[in-house]
Design a protein around this ligand. Structure first.
Ligand code: C2E
Ligand code: MG
Ligand code: MG
Length: 720
């Protein structure tokens, strides 16, 4: 500090004495800037400028050291004051020192001046530094205090007392965090840390072990609050050790992380579970399956994978809404859980697909015995929002590692087996067999091909007349879809509609048919071609599509056809899938004035009872029963029974697939009014139909008549 220029203020009436003083200071190597004052007013003025030290004569004519010292001290600060006097006596010097002077130097002993100045300046500097440090400390202490008491957590100090740890200090946050007041925690008989820790009993020992080994710990654990709540805590502690290295105190910080933890727990749950059903989700399922696969391979055992797909879930969703659909999934999940065994992994893979992994070595016979029980559980009627619904499922079974030694292959094969179960009529199960994969592959190819066909407009409609059996007059036509796969290759519906149904493409096809039929009816109306009525076939998919009624209305409105000129055919199986939804849709269609026909009658449930409950106008006896009449006695009886019942219900009966005259004669005699089949006309293009329609009746194909017409009259009158 003595390198810089020192501001020295002389309070001295003698210029010469000031000079001498200055010289003695400079002689000692100090660099000095001197100002001299001899009155009080000048002195006060001078003190406004930077001053390092005041050197004052004891008494002057207009001023004195005592007064100067007083004024200086009144100003505060810590500027050293040295009395430099010629005549000062011992007692005056002592007085001055008592009054706060830092030293005194006699003018006849000026060699003391420079050391005194150096010493006092040095000490003033030390005092200044000390003051600074203490101010800083105080500030820091304050900041810490504020922080500690406002932290959303608790700062503490624990003192070791034997095996117990008592709180020595706890910040204000303790009340919020633990529910205990500071007084209850701190103090000799305050709370022991163990009372706060919740859960694992060995926690405290573990913390102590870490403190001794590493001097600190950071853990997350739970605490028990005064009101019994349990909270998650982030806890960091550091050891204060004694000379022998033993832990005497722990100082640390606790923060409440319950909210984050709960969020995390929920996230963890969501990441592993299907939210709707609470079952494992696909990710967990695949991990578990992979683990199981590894395990059985290691032990030369086998495991079983069941791939479960609900059969009619889409219809439930479409007709009852998603809430009902969700409820059904939850109930099915519950049933699957209830009928599975400990150790089985049950998952929802998505939509209406579930899977079960059975990790234990089971024999095929056992699996084949157990799986039907699952199917029985699923098919038990369930109640959703006051309605009774029945759901069935198709189950594919893959045994591993035989049917695949990685997760992807296994799942694919179980899926193919499930598909085979669907094909086998649903509500059943199938074990995987290699040929199923080829089928699955061809399904994919077919689906794409059908979509492309729609896009490229490769479908066309053929029309087959329905005739009055008594005179072969044309009552109407049935539209049958054809797929023009190449200019000379026309595929009939029976060869692709089943695929279209399985792949879901059928709905789009049926929509196209609906529009095309209406346009054709309009064209024939415009051209004055009489056609009676045109029937179109609706698949279950299209029928249960909630948009179907609206679409039909639109087509009718846009084409301007009379709804009485249209007819819709649905099969028994379609009708039975969901009785309530069916009824609603059928009534809407009937209200429009469109005729409703039950197709392929006799192949499904054949319950004439429901005919009464639905607005059905006509039924078509399935071709299978017509084929062998009048020779097959059983079929004859069936046809008679159907006719008798339908007549009593005032439902018109149509016989389809009539190929020869004997069939026609029999049916006519049995009371069947209408027939359809190759005997009368093949399904044919709209243009080819025109001539027939204008004539108004069908002529019998001579080759077919020849079979039974004894007179051999080609194209002869229909004989009864
Ligand atoms: P379906 O509604 O029972 O139609 C009658 C089927 O029998 C037609 O086959 C028809 O060509 C055939 N057929 C008519 N008369 C005779 C006969 O005397 N002898 C024999 N052996 N067969 C006869 P197609 O066109 O192959 O249709 C098969 C099935 O495909 C239809 O049975 C119907 O269920 C379905 N289908 C046809 N067109 C459509 C459509 O546009 N949409 C939907 N969803 N299904 C359709
Ligand atoms: Mg039909
Ligand atoms: Mg039919």
């Amino acid at each position: 500090m003595f390198d810089r220029l020192l501001n020295v203020l002389f309070v001295e009436d003698s210029v010469a004495d000031t000079e001498i003083g200055l010289l003695s200071l400079e002689a000692s190597g100090l660099k000095v800037l001197v100002r001299r004052v001899e009155t009080e007013s000048d002195y006060l003025l001078a003190l406004r400028d930077p001053t390092d030290i005041v050197l004052s004569d004891h008494s002057m004519p207009a001023f004195d050291a005592k007064r100067a010292l007083k004024l200086l001290r009144e100003q505060g600060g810590d500027i050293p004051f040295i009395v430099v006097s010629g005549r000062i006596g011992e007692s005056a010097a002592v007085d001055m020192m008592k009054a706060g002077a830092n030293d005194y130097v006699r003018k006849d002993n000026l060699e003391r001046l420079a050391p005194a100045v150096r010493r006092e300046l040095g000490e003033a500097e030390n005092r200044r530094r000390a003051r600074l440090t203490s101010d800083k400390l105080q500030q820091q202490e304050q900041t810490l205090d504020t922080l500690m008491h406002n932290l959303p957590g608790m700062v503490y100090r624990l003192r070791r007392a034997g095996t117990a740890w008592h709180f020595d200090f706890a910040s204000d946050g303790c009340k919020d965090l633990t529910g205990y007041d500071q007084e209850m925690l701190v103090g000799g008989d305050g709370l022991d840390l163990t009372k706060l820790l919740y859960g694992d009993a060995g926690q405290q020992d573990e913390l102590l072990r870490q403190l001794e080994a590493e001097g600190q710990f950071t853990v997350e654990h739970q605490i028990l609050c005064s009101n019994g709540d349990v909270k998650w805590i982030w806890h960091r502690g550091a050891a204060v050790k004694g000379p022998a290295g033993q832990v005497l105190y722990v100082e640390g910080f606790l923060a409440d992380i319950t909210a984050q933890k709960m969020g995390q727990t929920k996230l963890d749950y969501l990441a592993h579970h299907d939210v709707l059903t609470g079952l494992s989700n696909r990710t967990v399922f695949e991990e578990e399956l992979a683990r199981s696969l590894e395990r059985v391979k290691r032990h030369f055992e086998s495991g079983t994978l069941l791939f479960i797909d609900l059969d009619n879930f889409k219809e439930i969703n479409d007709s009852w809404g998603h809430q009902s659909g969700d409820a059904v999934l939850r109930i099915i999940a519950g049933r699957l859980t209830a009928c599975s065994r400990k150790g089985d992994i049950i998952a929802r893979l998505g939509g209406d697909e579930f899977a079960i992994v059975m990790d234990d070595d089971q024999r095929t016979e056992d699996i084949a015995r157990n799986v039907p029980r699952i199917l029985e559980e699923i098919v038990r009627p369930l109640k959703v929002q006051g309605r009774e619904i029945t759901v069935s499922a198709s189950i594919g079974i893959a045994v591993y590692p035989a049917n695949g030694d990685d997760v992807t292959t296994l799942l694919r094969n179980a899926d193919a087996a499930m598909y085979a179960a669907k094909q086998a009529g649903r509500n059943t199960f199938r074990f995987f067999a290699k040929k199923m994969n080829e089928r699955a592959k061809s399904m994919v190819v077919m689906r794409n091909a059908l979509h492309n066909a729609l896009r490229r407009e490769e479908f066309e409609l053929h029309y087959q007349p329905e005739v009055r059996l008594s005179d072969r007059s044309i009552l109407g036509l049935e539209a049958l879809v054809r797929w023009k796969r190449a200019p000379d290759r026309l595929m009939t519906a029976e060869h692709f509609i089943p695929f279209a149904e399985d792949t879901g493409v059928v709905t789009a096809i049926d929509h196209w048919v609906m529009r095309s039929v209406c346009m054709q009816a309009r064209d024939w109306n415009d051209a004055g071609v009489p056609f009676g009525r045109i029937a179109m076939n609706l698949s279950a998919h299209a029928f249960y599509d909630p948009k179907v009624v609206g679409l039909l209305e639109t087509c009718i409105n846009e084409s301007g056809v009379d709804p009485g000129q249209l007819e819709i055919e649905i099969t028994e199986t379609t009708l039975m899938q969901d009785m309530i939804a069916t009824r609603v849709t059928l009534e809407k269609i009937a209200d429009m004035g469109v005729t409703l026909t039950l197709d392929d009658f006799g192949t499904g449930y054949s319950s004439l009872n429901y005919l009464r409950r639905f607005p059905i106008d006509r039924l078509k006896i399935d071709r299978d029963f017509i084929k062998e009449i009048p020779w097959d006695e059983e079929d004859v009886q069936i046809c008679r029974a159907i006719l008798a019942l339908a007549t009593s219900l005032r439902i018109e009966v149509v016989a389809e697939g009539i190929e020869d005259q004997e069939q026609a004669v029999f049916l006519h005699h049995a009371g069947c009014g209408t027939g359809q089949g190759y005997l009368f006309a093949m399904p044919q293009s709209a243009e080819d139909c025109v001539e027939l329609l204008r004539e108004g009746h069908c002529t019998i194909d001579p080759s077919r008549v020849a079979k039974t017409d004894e007179d051999g009259v080609p194209g002869g009158q229909f004989r009864l």
